[in-house]
Design a protein around this ligand. Structure first.
Ligand SMILES: NC(=O)C1=CN([C@@H]2O[C@H](COP(=O)(O)OP(=O)(O)OC[C@H]3O[C@@H](n4cnc5c(N)ncnc54)[C@H](O)[C@@H]3O)[C@@H](O)[C@H]2O)[C@@H](O)CC1
Ligand SMILES: Nc1ncnc2c1ncn2[C@@H]1O[C@H](COP(=O)(O)OP(=O)(O)O)[C@@H](O)[C@H]1O
Ligand SMILES: [K+]
Length: 505
């Protein structure tokens, strides 16, 4: 595939990229000059000339601000520069750029912030290390209240580039320009919404530094998992494409399992069965055709199904009920060494004893068989298994939380939301960007679980299967467009799959 994966760099990794580039011979001030010039170029291209205020902070983000101010002034724009603190306290390249600014430098103040057409935010970037407070917070709020177009350098001030969380308060940018590669905070909410339109510019850092940095976070795209995506083999048969089983809820709660089963079939699982109690059979039978029905009366009968090695990927949880039966079935599926997708009630049912679940996932038997498990919580379900990971000072750090959760549980963690994150216990992570909000509809999560299950059944490794499912789910919703209901997702998949195949070959 010609497409390469888009790596997302943490603040530390970006610092490393800068360091390696400087070590290789480029000077820090050249990087800063390139950074500032690239922002000015975008401003000149995207915005109409107007009264411009540049807010400069005490670090290199402020240094970039001085470069932007100079470049815009050279283009004839009326530019005012304000600085937090005094020039003599600036260091290194930032001091150098401040010296190259030949205009006045005013002290940073709230007054007059409403008088500009454009505000360039060079207060804090990667160096933000504490919340915005006091006068600074007032200034950022006044900027937000003004009618000016706001341009953030690297990240809007107050936003963590690592988590997308806000520290105290944050500039609400119309446009953000970052350098070399995007950062997770540009994709994770609320960060994504606070960045406005995002631009990534080349400031002379070579992509080769990435080999040395070894970052583990990527944009979710076929470039990450495409090579492992299952395509039916010409000589294959349905049995070689796996057999998915979805555990149904009781008679009044059968729909979720049908949505998941339909998705598993559509994504290419050779066979799909719904496993249900006898009283639910008529409800399923009235609606299912290609999907088979397996009823079980007792735990022993359920165990019989588990003993069949052909039934290789199991999905349990959607509308299953938070009951002892659900808990016992989850444990039985794990003990049988099945690949499994645990969703909804299969997660909630372990809220009082998550360790029991983690022990079952991480048992030596399962490890020896390399059988993988995918947990697919939304934030609420995540909090039931990992309450401590939701209690960050600045809110729930989804990426970090999911990483720790994957490591702790031994499962691939698929954390749902507008910025769905998938993390492998080995630390690899992908973040989905721009999933249509139409997906926030009843049953759409059930479809997603079915997609993961169907890919596991076909032999795709769990991290890649979960990532691919999230991407396909979003793309199918995009193809369908407005008015989406969960039932529409699977029927929209063929168009997406067709395009994907063209891309993969
Ligand atoms: N490292 C490099 O070589 C390059 C860095 N660049 C720019 O440099 C930025 C990072 O620069 P720095 O590491 O100097 O960090 P910043 O300029 O983002 O901020 C660091 C300064 O802000 C203070 N600070 C942090 N949070 C604060 C808060 N809440 N309230 C008050 N003060 C606070 C710190 O004490 C420190 O003095 C990047 O975001 C980018 O804009 C670019 O020039 C490209 C090259
Ligand atoms: N604002 C949003 N933008 C994009 N996708 C969203 C948004 N909100 C939710 N989703 C997605 O919709 C699905 C909802 O799943 P879930 O919460 O399990 O709902 P349900 O249980 O009704 O199926 C998930 O895939 C989630 O990532
Ligand atoms: K900034």
């Amino acid at each position: 595939m010609e497409e390469t994966r888009e790596v997302l760099l943490s603040t530390m990794e970006m610092g490393e990229a800068d360091r390696l580039t400087i070590e290789a011979g480029l000077q820090g001030r050249q990087l800063m000059e390139a950074a500032g010039q690239s922002i000015a170029r975008i401003i000149l291209e995207k915005l109409n000339p107007g009264r411009t205020l540049v807010l400069c902070g005490p670090g290199n983000n402020g240094g970039d601000g001085f470069v932007v101010a100079r470049a815009l002034k050279e283009n004839g724009w009326p530019v005012t520069v304000t600085l937090m603190g005094t020039k003599d306290r600036l260091k290194g390249d930032a001091r150098l750029m401040a010296d190259l600014w030949d205009g006045e430098i005013q002290p940073l103040a709230e007054e007059g912030l409403g008088d500009y057409d454009i505000i360039v935010d060079g207060l804090f970037g990667a160096g933000l290390d504490r919340p915005l407070e006091g006068a600074l917070l007032d200034i950022v709020r006044a900027a937000n209240d003004s009618n000016a177009r706001k341009v953030a350098i690297d990240v809007p001030s107050g936003l963590s580039g690592d988590s997308g969380l806000v520290l105290g308060g944050c500039l609400e940018a119309d446009l953000t320009v970052t350098f070399f590669r995007r950062k997770p905070g540009h994709l994770l909410y609320p960060g994504k919404a606070l960045c406005g339109d995002l631009y990534v510019t080349d400031i002379g850092i070579s992509g080769r530094v990435l080999d040395e940095i070894g970052a583990q976070t990527w944009l979710n795209s076929p470039a990450v998992w495409g090579e492992l995506f299952p395509v039916p083999s010409p000589a294959g048969h349905k049995y070689s494409r796996g057999h998915s089983v979805v555990v149904s809820g009781d008679l009044a709660h059968t729909g979720a399992s049908r949505l998941a089963a339909g998705a598993a079939l559509r994504i290419g699982s050779g066979l799909v069965s719904v496993a249900c109690a006898p009283e639910a059979v008529p409800a399923h039978a009235a609606q299912l055709t290609a999907v088979m029905i397996r009823s079980y009366q007792s735990p022993e009968q359920f165990a019989d199904y588990l003993a069949d090695h052909r039934l290789n990927a199991w999905c349990i949880g959607p509308a299953n009920g938070v009951t002892n039966e659900t808990r016992n079935r989850v444990l039985a599926i794990l003990a049988a060494g099945k690949q499994a997708v645990l969703d909804a009630d299969a997660i909630t049912v372990f809220r009082d004893r998550p360790e029991e679940l983690f022990a079952a996932i991480g048992s030596d038997d399962r490890k020896n068989m390399s059988r993988e498990v995918v947990l697919t919580p939304h934030a609420g379900e995540f909090g039931r298994l990992f309450p401590d990971l939701m209690e960050g000072t600045y809110g729930f750090d989804r990426l970090k939380g999911a990483r720790t959760a994957a490591e702790r549980s031994g499962a691939v963690l698929l954390l749902k939301g507008p910025d769905t994150v998938v993390v492998s216990p080995d630390g690899r992570a992908v973040i989905m960007d721009d999933a249509p909000a139409d997906l926030a509809t009843a049953g759409s999560g059930d479809v997603l679980s079915g997609l993961v299950t169907g890919l596991l059944a076909q032999g795709m490794p769990a991290f890649e299967a979960a990532s691919a499912a999230v991407w396909l789910h979003a793309e199918a919703a995009r193809v369908f467009g407005a008015g989406l209901t969960a039932e529409d997702i699977s029927p929209s998949l063929p168009t997406v799959l067709e395009k994907l195949r063209e891309k993969l070959h």
